[in-house]
Design a protein around this ligand. Structure first.
Ligand code: ADP
Ligand code: MG
Length: 252
């Protein structure tokens, strides 16, 4: 069964076609990197997968459960609110901007959603949160407030926070783009570790070395379409499409 199955996703903003028929299947434990120029629809696609955006046409299935699909009448049929919430709870997302709660400590940031959304008891979630903090190398920041953390530390807290919901799938939207170059390594290391534990991951990134070394598959998106995809060694050494070549020449 696919963890994510997207078929022919179309999305317009007013008259602008931003996604022009994106189809993508991701298997359990796969790490897929999406690269492509700014404005090509990468963020919009990720946001459609956990219904932060509606779609205009296509089908989205998460672990076999239908989130949205175009019916025979041409209209989009969405899962009910309760179903969608249930489905999307299995998807963790990490954004470019960390979006931590400023008035909560690191630990409180991590346990907030499990407490509120899942109704987990503090006694159960605190040890798990502490374990996640150890995993991202921030055990000693447990009681700090986000304002006292570096960007790289904030992003690692954001990763731990997403993991605290026990997701089956993690989406990352340029998680290191807002960071000073010397801080990207620690975030990529946490992501690499997650990949080694066989988390299913879809990562929009400008970090070509990360895509090359960690991803099982690299996808090049341009202008609302998937232009080319393949295993990283093939993708980077012999891209087939002129637009992929031009992009790689610019960024490598
Ligand atoms: P990427 O992440 O690849 O840089 P985005 O998905 O953010 O691309 O954006 C794709 C296009 O959609 C851009 O032209 C952007 O301006 C437009 N866009 C994104 N979000 C909105 C929105 N909420 N309303 C209108 N246009 C949007
Ligand atoms: Mg983006």
């Amino acid at each position: 069964m696919n963890m994510i199955k997207a078929i022919d996703i179309h999305k317009n903003f007013n008259n602008l076609a931003v996604l022009k028929g994106i189809s993508l299947e991701i298997n359990k434990g796969e790490v897929v990197a999406i690269i492509g120029p700014s404005g090509s629809g990468k963020s919009t696609f990720l946001r459609c997968l956990n219904r932060l955006e509606t779609i205009d046409r296509g089908t989205i299935q998460i672990e076999g459960d239908l989130l949205a699909t175009t019916g025979p009448d041409g209209k989009i049929h969405y899962a009910t609110e309760a179903e969608a919430r249930h489905i999307c709870r299995r998807i963790g997302m990490v954004f470019q901007q960390f979006n931590l709660f400023p008035h909560l400590t690191v630990l409180e940031n991590i346990i907030e959603a499990p407490l509120v959304v899942k109704g987990v008891k503090p006694d159960d979630i605190v040890p798990q949160a502490e374990e996640l903090l150890r995993k991202v190398g921030l055990a000693e920041k447990r009681d700090s407030y986000p304002s006292r953390l570096s960007g790289g530390q904030k992003q690692r807290v954001a990763i731990a926070r997403a993991l605290a919901m026990n997701p089956d799938i993690m989406l990352f939207d340029e998680p290191t783009s807002a960071l000073d170059p010397e801080l990207t390594g620690e975030v990529l290391k946490a992501m690499r570790r997650l990949a080694e534990e066989h988390m299913t991951m879809l990562v929009v990134t400008h970090e070509m070395a990360f895509a090359r070394e960690v991803a099982n598959r690299v996808i090049f998106m341009d202008n609302g379409e998937i232009i080319e995809q393949g295993p990283p060694d093939v993708f980077f050494s012999s891209p087939a499409h002129p637009r992929t070549k031009a992009f790689l020449n610019r960024v490598l």
